[in-house]
Design a protein around this ligand. Sequence first.
Ligand SMILES: NC(=O)c1ccc[n+]([C@@H]2O[C@H](COP(=O)([O-])OP(=O)(O)OC[C@H]3O[C@@H](n4cnc5c(N)ncnc54)[C@H](OP(=O)(O)O)[C@@H]3O)[C@@H](O)[C@H]2O)c1
Length: 359
Amino acid sequence: MSIQNKVALVVGAQGIIGRHLIEHLAALGDWDVIGLSRRGGASAGRVRHIVVDLLDREDCRKKLGSLSGITHVFYAAYQDRPTWAELVPPNLAMLVNVVDAVEPIAPGLQHISLMQGYKVYGAHLGPFKTPAREADPPHMPPEFNVDQQAFLEARQEGKAWRWSAIRPSVVCGFALGVPMNLAMVIAVHAAMSKELGLPLRFPGKPAAYDRLIEMTDARLLAQATVWAATSERCQNQAFNINNGDMFRWSEMWPKIARMFDLEVAPPLPMPLADVMADKEPLWNAMIEKYGLARHPYKDVSSWRFGDAVFSWDYDVLADGSKARRLGFHEHVETEAMFRGIFEDLRRRRIIPSSPARRP
Ligand SMILES: NC(=O)c1ccc[n+]([C@@H]2O[C@H](COP(=O)([O-])OP(=O)(O)OC[C@H]3O[C@@H](n4cnc5c(N)ncnc54)[C@H](OP(=O)(O)O)[C@@H]3O)[C@@H](O)[C@H]2O)c1
């Protein structure tokens, strides 16, 4: 272990990725952790939260300007926008603001970890080359992940710190009030189907039901991200990180239905953003009926993201062997991951406990 204290700045501390990064770092026991978000959070033990607007340069300088002990930055903030082009300016600006605020005042800075995704390979655009590999050439801009990496690479030249870029598939774990949370989409969709006495139907494109896809468990991702940031062999490189298995929804969907004690019915394309738009009263009634935690409907609804993932009528796969070759050997069985997340959502009283029998 380094004689220097390890101080992690987790940027995007309330996100689906940032939350699990903080949990993992805190559990490791030899890190001090500072989490950044607009919402903030309860500081405890070696974890403290700072409220900051990363889009506001001056706010960043003011709130981060005294954090001279930072050794590692884990960047996992995200601003959602309706188009790929609109994603670029805010997402690049937030990263630049953090680096501009921290780099000059943190002499012990060792590493900046950048959270990316398969967007680097064009997975969101259409059928892309699979399995995608880290060395594959980028696609036509705009692409904020690529711009962020280019900024870090340029900024790192001649400096003592290093960077890594982590590329997960769809990330599954616990978070509230975030735009991209597939496990929550499935859980709330299934809980509502059950409440309405309906079988569980895959709501995406028919061809998407049979294509190969993989997921990334948020806890596995946290382990991999810290591994890459602290391993000598991983510096200034990108890594695909996924569970290590792959599946087709046609196989997984009936298994998920069983996790909710539901029958499965043939797929039917139905945009969740449309069909779930009028379901807030149903959700509120379910909160009362089952004594669920009082989270607003908008905080458990990532319908637009669900529609995007379920529309992928092409394989969504990236080769995760580079991380394994360099020493990261953890893997997760995706079916068990979904089961575990749904059980966690029941424990947190976000969905009814299982099986939620109809009256
Ligand atoms: N989710 C996925 O399935 C997935 C898959 C592959 C790749 N990725 C990539 O991973 C990265 C992180 O995504 P994510 O899904 O973890 O994002 P997320 O869940 O939406 O979290 C974003 C975080 O950024 C914070 N944030 C946003 N704007 C901020 C601002 N102006 N000032 C301070 N904090 C701000 C949010 O907290 P507040 O709202 O409290 O400010 C939140 O903590 C993105 O580049 C994304 O493309 C995600």
